[in-house]
Design a protein around this ligand. Structure first.
Ligand code: PMP
Length: 388
């Protein structure tokens, strides 16, 4: 038997053989000419993946939380008013971080878990508070809720707020057009739809964000994340020149270079379409099995992940049965509903076969947990959607 499970959690995900080979390569110097070239190319490619020709990319060793921290540390000055569009656990995390750097934060809440504030609700707060910054979680991994980033960002800009998007569970899967949508900062981590093992914080900052950073009156109160240190490093790598502030994660950057090239070979539009198609087929299976999703309305469904309530009589012990059927899915994360639902990531190098295997394993888990349904109905619904 194969000694491995299909990894279908919302990050880390399954990685391609070429990416994994880069991780296993003999490590070279961070100032070797071939590595400088690879780092420089990765920075250039990041702009293309974020669809942000005008952006300044940053690649740092660290997780997605560091990417959020980098945005907060460099862009917040004490006393700045900030608005957080709150769709779950990771929006709350951003609010806590902004407060740590001295921002006065207002959250526009989702109401119920699985909801998202309306554009009108967000605009009303923008109008009354005139915030300097606004954060949006593109896909909140705790709820599977995808926000209408394009429209929300347009409102933020209209009211003069710098728009920061947490795209950790989105970039490389959900549609994101950073420049066209006028988004000032988009950030992510390597281990999700970007397709590289955990360990890189990735961020692209637009001209308005860099201007706010350059005009700061107060020092950046985070040593590691300070752009005063990292901006010259990123610029040097793009100019193919050696430089040093903190040692880059050489093998991960190499793997990132490989993955970004794979993503661009697929093409961003094709990649967005594939994620929508595979996400839709998985959700069709969920519906056919009679299960309810955490997002309250279909327009809030993410393409990269599904969050699904256990049916009556089934609990988290079902996940062990799914695991034994060969697929790893994730338990709940949002504190209010943690034990009541599970999560399935379908992003990055995910294929039709992965979707069908996962639906099959979920059916096995449900059956062994005593849930009554027509075995095969989920697979049939997913297949039907895929063959359309
Ligand atoms: N934001 C979102 C939307 C996430 O999904 C995650 C990770 N699940 C993070 C931020 C934090 O990223 P990391 O775990 O890599 O620090």
């Amino acid at each position: 038997m194969k000694n491995r499970k299909l990894l279908m959690i919302p990050g880390p995900i399954e990685f391609t053989p070429a990416v994994l080979r880069a991780i296993g390569m003999p490590t070279t110097s961070h100032v070797a000419a071939n590595f400088i070239d690879v780092f420089g190319q990765a920075l250039e490619d990041l702009r293309k993946v974020f669809l942000s020709p005008s952006g300044q990319p940053f690649i740092l060793a660290g997780s997605g939380t560091l990417a959020m921290d980098m945005a907060a540390a460099n862009l917040v000055e004490p006393g700045d008013v900030a608005l957080v569009v709150n769709t779950g656990y990771f929006s709350d995390r951003f609010a806590t971080m902004l407060e740590r750097y001295g921002a006065k934060v207002t959250k526009v809440g989702a109401g119920e878990v699985g909801g998202a504030p309306t554009l009108q609700e967000v605009e009303a707060v923008l109008q009354s508070m005139k915030p300097k910054l606004m954060t949006i979680t593109h896909v909140d991994t705790s709820t599977g809720v995808a926000t209408n980033v394009k429209e929300l960002a347009a409102l933020g800009r209209k009211h003069g707020a710098l728009v920061i998007v947490d795209g950790v569970c989105a970039i490389g899967g959900e549609v994101m057009r950073q420049d066209d949508w006028g988004i000032d900062v988009v950030l992510t981590a390597s281990q999700k739809a970007i397709g590289v093992p955990p360990g890189l914080a990735l961020l692209v900052a637009g001209p308005k964000a860099m201007e706010k950073f350059k005009n700061r009156k107060s020092p950046v109160s985070n040593f590691y994340a300070d752009w005063h240190e990292w901006l010259p490093i990123m610029q040097a790598y793009e100019l193919r020149k050696p430089s040093y502030f903190g040692t880059p994660a050489v093998n991960l950057v190499w793997a990132l270079h490989v993955s970004l090239q794979e993503i661009l070979r697929e093409g961003m539009e094709a990649r967005f379409t594939r994620h929508t198609r595979l996400g839709t087929s998985f959700k069709a299976a969920v519906k056919a099995l009679g299960l309810k999703q955490v997002p309250l309305r279909p327009e809030l469904y993410a393409a990269t992940l599904s969050a699904i309530y256990y049916p009556v009589g089934v609990d988290a012990s079902m996940l062990k049965q799914v695991d034994e059927a060969g697929v790893l899915v994730a338990g709940g994360l949002h504190p209010a509903i943690k034990t009541k639902y599970f999560r399935v990531g379908h992003m990055g190098a995910v294929t039709e076969a992965d979707i069908l295997s996962t639906v099959g394993a979920v059916e096995t888990g449900l059956k062994k947990s005593g849930y009554r349904f027509e075995v095969g109905s989920g697979i049939a619904a997913a297949q039907k959607t895929l063959s359309n």
